[in-house]
Each structure stands twice: as C-alpha cells, then as structure tokens.
Design a protein around this ligand. Structure first.
Ligand code: S6P
Length: 561
C-alpha cells in the first residue's frame, strides 16, 4: 500500500459508497472533499505550513511576472488539469483587462481546444508534443512563469515541458503542481521520452533546482479511486485562484487567509446535502432508465457544466449522450486559443456555441433532467416551461443570483448562495465556481455510482485510453479478481482486441490505439474473464446480459449462466 501514490489509493471513507443511499453518497463525497483543506492521515492538506509558504512565494513570482514587460504566465496540463488551467487563465485575463493590465495568462491543454470538453487522454503520454507547444506559445517572450499541473505527478506531456524549462533557466521559471510526494512521482517509461526519462526524474530535478517550485500538498485519495477530476481538480483550482487573486490585488492577505475562506465556503455546502441527494437520486434513475442529463449555463458556469459532463466518458465509459453540457452564450468560443484550420474539432465543442436550445432538447428521452446553472434558470424561463410540459425534471443550481424562488413551481432547487463568502466580487465568483464544480461532480459521480458503474469505490468501467489508465486497469483486475499481474494483463489485452487469442507482439501504445475503436466494456469483460477463468467470447456473452456493471463484481451476473 505504501508504494501506491496517494492519488491512486482507495479512500477508506468511500469504501462502501456503491451500496449507500443517495444521502450517504453525498455525505461521503463531501467528507472526502473536506480532506483537501483539513488533511488526510498525518498530512495537513492545503493548511500545511510548508505549502502555504510556497504559495506565498508563488504569489511573488506571479506579481513580478505581471509587472515585467515581455513576459507571460503559462498554465499547462492534461485532462482535468488542463481544463482547470484554461479556466484560471481565462478568468484572470479578464481581471487583468478590468485593471487595465495586459492579459498575461496563457493555457496549454494536451490535445488542444477539443480536449477542454472531450476526452483525448492519449496525448498526455507525449513529452515531445508538450515541449513543442510550449516552445510555440513562448517563442516571442523573454520571461515565462510556467505552471505545470499533473495531480499524479505523472503526465509526460507536462514532464517534457518542465524538462525544457529546467534546461532553459534564463527564460523559464517552472512551478509544478500535483498531489503526491516526489518519491511517488511516476517512474514508468513512455516510448517517446528520450533517454528513458520518467516523470520521477523531472520531479527530482524540480525539487533540487534553486528557483523552481514544487507545490504538492497531500490531500488524500479521491472518493472514487484515481478520479483526479474530483479532489485533485478542486485543489488545483483553489491553489491557482488563491495565488492569482493575491497577485492581482494590493491587500497584504496571506495565502492561508484566502484558503480559509474557501474552506468555509465548501464546508457550508453540507447544509444543501439533502437537496443534492434528491438530485443524485433522480440523476441515477435517469441514467438507469436511459434518459439524459443536461446542464445549461453561461460564461464560466456553462463551461464547468460542459467539463463535468465530458469527464464522465473516460471515467465511467458512459455514452456521450448520457450527460452533456450546453452553453447559453458564446463566452467559451471567444476565449479559445486560435488553432490551425485542420485541427481536430470535437463535436462537443459545437455545444460551446449557443444554439436554439429548445430545438436541441426536443428529442430528449422522457423523464430526462435539465439542470440550469444560476441565472440561466431565469433567463430561460420559456424553455423551462416547455421542458416541464414534456414531463422532464428541472433543477436550478442557485449560486450568485439573488432572485427569490417561486415555491409553487415544480423545480428542484439547490441553493448554494448560502455558501458564498461576503468578500469582494472576485473572491465571490471564484468561490461560486468551486462550489458549482463540487456540486456538479457530486451529481455526476453519484448518478454513475447509482447506475452501478462503481464497485466499492473503484471505477470498474474506466476507458483504457492512456498508459496511466492501462496500468490502473490491470491493478483493478488484479485486486478484484485476485489474479496475478500476467493474468490480468492477458485478459485486458484480449478484451481490448476482442479476441480469444493470445496477443504478445504489440506495444502498450498499440493497445491504447486499439481501445479507441472498441467501445465495449473493456475492463469489465477482462474482469469477468479473470473472475470466471473463461474466454473472451464467453465473458462478452455474459456481459451483454448484464446491464449493471457492478453486478459482475458481486457475482450477481455470473449466476445467470
Ligand atoms: C481524471 C481525468 C483525467 C486526468 C488526466 C490528467 O479524473 O479524467 O483526464 O485529469 O489524466 O491527470 P494528471 O494526474 O496529469 O492531472
């Protein structure tokens, strides 16, 4: 256990989340979220003194950069980490403009703009592309503060960029954000990293290089093991917002004071637990009955909805149509990096352009749920009424809007406005975003738990779309089926290629490419093969009869054969 990185460990709090009630699920996720601030085991999370000191140093670095000509701040990451970087860059550029300062924040996400709302996980294994993109974006600047985000201290895409910064200290000041000790940084080799460099090597260099900063509080394992979109994403947001907020204002607050405000805000969410549980229950039923969940929001609130929805695809192998987010204004598009005309554009990015939402929602399956985020509930009243007439469930997440609620309307309200601190507008908006993120994460995670996509607290239907997830899948099969590494790997590979043959002439990169064209339940089938010692064909047949993936692990499914 000791050698397993914290970000991949199982959290004791949620060990039985899969059999809990909706209220229980919400409470357990909340309890895990609070570990970000309060600590885990003998670690003190974001309240750690060493970390707080480093955050104050980080603030000074940002301040200097904001005042230096010909300099920029680049935020880079893969998956959720890249998305949080994008949102921070967008938000704080706006603040710069409001303060008549040049917008200095830039973002890089592995896989480009499409990866903001689509899972393009394989790109995170490429240190060469990471480096090229960094070179390209920083080419004309003299000074660059580079912030590489990788919750697991694992993504080679970010590793390659940090290495480039370390090799060019006259121009770059590198900062690494993640949630494992350096000793647990990933030591796996990836094919494209020359000299067999690993993320661990780079983390060590970061730790021992003067001027480089490693910010790696231990915030404890995720509620669903490895789902770093949850606590990892939240902690990243708190860190970035705290630092950029402090760097942008003239008050002499310390990082600890700002973090305390976030802690109080997140802690207060507990009082809305019952309402969130009602929505989790509805959302779970919705997925079980093949209905849909939709989020509608504007500006960054809308983007949070799109992001939360898109992350369910790799985490739970859910279908693109199960949960989708829609923008009600064109804020998203306006803030994207320009990309070459031939770049891949994900269909999900189209939802980033406002459309006629009533047309888009015309074909929603009966009893779907549409969640309106904050002021969009009021702006979209005609749509709300139309959807209600059709028997869909409406949820309103109220955060910053001050309008009173009509108690007679049949709308489920989650009133998070009570959690917003009474500080300045920037802090209020940033708190609102984190609270919204946690609320959406809870709804979508809870719904998938209820759908049976989680066994104990393990994501048993994860999509094996990069090296990290390949090894995670083997670990899942190994521990749940009690088989050795070789058996778990063999079953996984057979399931990927949908064959009973033994495949031993292909590389991990090829396995991952093959997953792209296999939308079956790759991990559950491999698990079933290992559990019942059966062939791919037999396991696939059993699997097709099993609508609830979790039943495979409990043995419910096997009795049917
Ligand atoms: C996790 C999410 C993934 C990760 C990505 C980067 O819930 O689905 O997309 O964000 O794999 O991970 P890391 O450890 O580099 O931040």
């Amino acid at each position: 256990m000791d050698s397993i990185p914290y970000t991949e460990r199982r959290n004791a709090i949620t060990m039985n989340i899969d059999t809990d009630t909706p209220e229980g699920i919400v409470d357990l996720i909340h309890e895990c979220n609070m570990e970000v601030f309060n600590g885990y085991e003998n670690h003190t999370g974001l309240s750690d003194d060493t970390i707080l000191n480093k955050l104050d140093q980080f603030v000074s670095l940002v301040r200097i950069n904001l005042q230096t000509e010909n300099s920029i701040i680049v935020l880079s990451g893969c998956g959720t980490s890249g998305r949080i970087g994008f949102l921070a860059a967008t938000f704080f550029n706006e603040l710069c403009l409001q303060q008549n300062l040049p917008p200095k924040y830039r973002y890089i996400i592995a896989g480009g703009n499409s990866a903001l709302v689509t899972s393009i996980e394989a790109c995170e294994d490429d240190p060469v592309i990471g480096t090229k993109e960094l070179q390209c974006i920083t080419d004309t600047y003299e000074h660059v503060l580079f912030v590489g985000i990788t919750c697991g201290l694992s993504a080679p895409f970010v590793g390659g960029q940090l290495e480039y910064c370390l090799n060019n200290p006259q121009k770059f000041t590198p900062v690494l954000i993640g949630f494992n000790p350096v000793s647990m940084a990933r030591r796996t080799h990836v094919s494209k990293w020359i000299n067999d460099t690993t993320f661990y090597d780079i983390s060590l260099r970061m730790e021992t290089t003067a001027g480089a900063l490693v910010i790696n509080p231990i915030i404890g394992p995720e509620p669903i093991s490895g789902s770093s979109r949850m606590k990892g994403g939240s902690a990243t947001k708190v860190i970035l917002d705290t630092v950029f907020y402090l760097a942008s204002c003239n008050n002499m607050m310390k990082a600890s004071e700002v973090i305390e405000m976030y802690r109080t805000a997140v802690g207060t969410m507990e009082i809305e637990g019952q309402d969130m549980a009602t929505v989790v229950e509805q959302a779970g039923e919705c997925l079980l009955n093949n209905a849909s969940i939709r989020y509608v929001g504007s500006s960054t609130f809308g983007i949070w909805g799109m992001i939360d929805a898109s992350e369910c695809v790799p985490t739970y192998n859910s279908s693109y149509n199960d949960i989708r987010g829609f923008m009600a204004n064109d804020y998203f598009r306006k803030n994207l990096n320009p990309e070459p005309p031939l770049s891949f554009v994900s269909p999900a990015l189209h939802e980033a352009t406002p459309d006629d939402l009533s047309k888009t929602f015309e074909d929603l399956p009966p009893s779907s749920i549409v969640v309106f985020i904050d002021k969009d509930y009021l702006l979209q009243k005609p749509l709300v009424e139309k959807l209600q007439e059709k028997g869909h469930h409406i949820v309103w997440i109220k955060i910053l809007s001050t309008e009173l609620f009509d108690p007679n309307s049949n709308v489920k309200i989650i009133d998070l406005s009570k959690c917003i601190p009474s500080t300045d507008v920037t802090m209020q908006y940033s708190s609102a975003e984190i609270i919204l993120k946690l609320c959406l994460n809870t709804i979508s995670t809870g719904a998938h738990v209820m759908k049976g996509k989680v066994f104990q607290n393990i994501m048993i239907d994860v999509r094996v779309s990069n090296v990290k997830l390949f090894y995670r899948a083997i670990d899942i099969i190994k521990s749940l089926a009690g088989v050795d590494y070789q058996t778990a790997e063999r079953c996984l590979i057979q399931s990927i290629y949908q064959t009973n043959d033994i495949i031993n002439d292909k590389t991990i990169d090829q396995h991952i490419m093959a997953v792209a064209s296999n939308h079956d339940h790759v991990v559950p089938i491999a698990l079933l093969m290992s559990l019942s010692n059966c062939s791919y064909t037999e396991a696939k047949l059993k699997m097709d009869k099993c609508p609830i993936i979790r039943d495979i692990c409990t043995g419910t499914n096997q009795s049917s054969t």
